[in-house]
Design a binder for this molecule. Structure first.
Ligand code: FES
Length: 681
């Protein structure tokens, strides 16, 4: 056995014998312990903080005595005076081994620290981003041995950090000499190395040791909304989350109308590309301001998006995606400079990673959901539905994963609904209809009181009641069905048929009056027959997509269902089931995952290993193309009824009774043609 002292690291349990005088940072590196350092052991960055433990440790077979580490030194004192160190902490690069010792590495000092997702599942993200900061001391130039500053920086990175090939673009070279001289030949650099790169690229340089933080954006670029998270690339902390409407809506609400716009208008694709890039630049500036950082501190961005958005973002004409065989220009992941995509609000050398697409209609957003929800690791058969303008649907377990995309249109997001609006303060988000009196009560975003509760009016005094958002319209339709105001075919009954004056005639059809403030100049909010039809189309497309995957898998039932999507978290699972949006399943087996695509983007931003993983997973996913599958149409038509024409819903009917009403009097209603209309949104 070695006569050198034993050093045991926790929580890793790694241990080894080291000569007296070895810095703890050196011991950690030799054992492969995850202990951070930006300054390379110079006592500047304080990232190497550790906590020595003293006393008996039978578990490790050591006794740690006073004096097991070297005395507190001047560098530590200076840091303590300037910034303060937590009680009991030492700097790992300064404290040296003097005797057997147990060293705890706190989470903040671990490079690959784990970030716990706040969503329903306990999934953790291990930090291993593509960009890291390094502090380095560079040799001064010498007339007798002429070399360039970049070459000496490269040599220093190799010698001090073991980093091989390093490249720098022209804009970085322009900053190199001033930074080196100002920092007296010491600089901090941000080095980027993607999972497929062979060399590092210098993204940013600061004179001396820089405390500046670097950030990344995880962007879920949807047809209707663009949602972004600003993440600290050191610890994964989400500094700000923000979103805006996709300005391409003015060229068409759904994807196919944008493809048509491109087909019909020469240069239309370029117009849409310019619009979305400008919006992302605006979002970059606003989210940076919200997070209290400079936009140039954003050095990386990960995008997830559907194939049409993918092409329009990249400046590729999406016209081929509008017709079979729906060929993508490329389905592989892409790593490229942000500048090349016209994203110039962030750091001028920022790098972009776009997840791979699965197929012509199944995009990188679906890949991101697969990365976040990991259906391929599920023992039971899970159906994951990411509800948006296009629904991304995954079905799988450890044996096989299938994916498709279904054209739901924007109705679930409150668009194409007469009183529909985005989920914002003032929007009705929850609705209940009394089955006896047929009277509604509701809740609006911005207040946690129901409309018939005391204090509701005060709560909403500033926002007012402005419309119905996506989750609100789903509840409204389901509640109307449960209250007998709506029959199985989706027809709203008249006042006589339903027994409530809230069912008012509107042309040849009827509407249900939810809220009327027209006397005081406020809105009159109704659910119209057209709204019901829009929701029926959307939910039929969703259900038919899910059924198609179940057919392909050869199953009649799934074990559990995960509702994802920006508003997936807000959908009431019971109402979704009454509506027949999703196949029957025990209600306690239907859960929400929030914005799974956005989470997938965050994972890919935080961990380069996850990028390699999703690229592998995507190759193994079986794609099902809904547009050319004849059974889709059959499923679509059958799914038009509420909840469904033929499929039994035993789990649903065990908890809910739906009134047997029929309002089809052979006239006075719409002809139901909407049911046979098929769109690809
Ligand atoms: S490694 Fe930077 S202070 Fe110790």
């Amino acid at each position: 056995m070695s006569s050198d002292p034993l050093v045991v690291f926790t929580p890793s349990g790694k241990r080894g014998y080291f000569p007296v005088g070895t810095p703890i940072l050196t011991a950690a590196r030799q054992l492969g312990v995850d202990l951070d350092s930006v300054c390379g052991g110079r006592g500047i960055c304080s990232k190497c903080q550790i906590t020595p433990s003293y006393g008996e440790f039978p578990k490790h077979g050591v006794t740690v005595r006073d004096g097991a580490l070297s005395e507190w030194n001047a560098v530590e004192q200076r840091y303590q005076d300037k910034r303060g160190l937590k009680e009991g902490r030492r700097l790992g690069c300064q404290a040296t081994v003097q005797g057997d010792v147990v060293i705890d590495v706190p989470p903040e000092s671990q490079v690959h620290r784990q970030v716990v997702r706040k969503a329903a599942t306990a999934r953790t993200i291990t930090m291993d981003p593509a960009t890291h900061l390094y502090f380095v001391a560079v040799e001064e130039p010498d007339m007798h041995e002429p070399t360039g500053d970049l070459e000496r920086l490269q040599r220093a990175l190799k010698a001090q950090w073991g980093i091989g090939e390093v490249t720098a673009d022209l804009s970085l070279l322009a900053k190199l000499q001033p930074a080196l001289r100002k920092g007296e030949w010491k600089v901090t650099v941000a080095l980027h190395k993607g999972h497929n790169d062979t060399s590092h690229r210098i993204l940013e340089i600061w004179p001396g040791y820089s405390e500046e933080r670097i950030y990344g954006l995880a962007i879920d670029l949807g047809s209707t909304t663009i949602a972004a998270h600003l993440c600290d690339l050191r610890n994964g902390e989400v500094k700000a989350s923000s979103g805006l409407m996709n300005p391409q809506i003015r060229f068409g609400e759904d994807l196919m109308s944008r493809v048509s716009y491109s087909m019909m208008n020469p240069g239309g694709d370029r117009e849409m590309t310019a619009a979305v890039r400008e919006a992302i630049n605006d979002l970059t500036r606003s989210i940076a301001a919200e997070g209290g950082i400079e936009p140039r501190q954003i050095v990386e961005t990960v995008f997830v998006c559907n194939p049409v958005m993918h092409h329009l973002l990249l400046g590729l004409d999406p016209v081929e995606l509008g017709q079979a065989p729906f060929a993508l220009t490329t389905s592989d992941s892409l790593s490229l400079p942000a500048r090349e995509m016209g994203l110039d609000a962030m750091n001028p050398r920022a790098q972009v990673y776009i997840l791979p697409c699965i197929a012509g209609h199944v995009g990188a957003d679906c890949a991101a959901v697969a990365l976040s929800e990991e259906p391929g690791k599920s023992e039971d058969l899970v159906l994951i539905v990411d509800v948006g303008t296009n629904a991304e649907i995954l079905l799988g377990n450890t044996t096989r994963v299938l994916a498709c995309s279904s054209p739901t249109g924007p109705a679930f997001e409150g668009a194409q609904i007469s009183s529909g609006q985005r989920a914002a303060p003032g929007a009705i988000e929850r609705i209940e209809i009394d089955p006896v009196t047929k009277e509604p009560r509701f809740r609006v975003i911005g207040s946690d009181k129901w409309s018939d509760e005391e204090g509701f009016d005060t709560d909403i005094a500033t926002t007012g009641i402005t419309g119905i958002c996506g989750s609100g319209i789903i509840e409204a339709v389901a509640e109307m069905r449960m209250a007998g105001l709506l029959d199985e075919s989706g027809l709203i009954g008249s006042a006589e048929q339903t027994g409530t004056p809230r069912c008012v005639p509107e042309g040849r059809t009827h509407s249900y009056l939810l809220h009327d403030a027209s006397e005081t100049g406020g809105p009159r909010i109704t659910v119209t027959q057209g709204d019901i039809r829009a929701i029926q189309l959307a939910k039929s497309a969703l259900y038919a997509g899910a059924r198609l995957l179940m057919d392909e898998m050869g199953v009649e039932r799934v074990d559990r269902i995960v509702l994802a999507g920006a508003f997936g978290a807000h959908i009431s699972t019971k109402h979704a089931m009454v509506l027949g949006m999703i196949p029957d399943a025990p209600l306690d087996k239907v859960t929400s995952a929030g914005n799974a695509a956005g989470t997938g983007a965050r994972i890919a931003l935080s961990n380069i290993g996850a990028r390699a993983e999703i690229e592998r997973v995507v190759r193994e996913i079986t794609k099902v193309e809904t547009a050319i599958e004849p059974k889709f149409q059959d499923h679509f038509v059958a799914a038009n009824a509420i909840p469904h024409k033929t499929d039994p819903f035993p789990d649903l009917y065990s908890v809910v009774t739906l009134p047997k009403v029929s309002f089809n009097t052979g006239g006075g209603d719409d002809d139901g043609s909407g049911r046979r209309r098929r769109r690809r949104a």
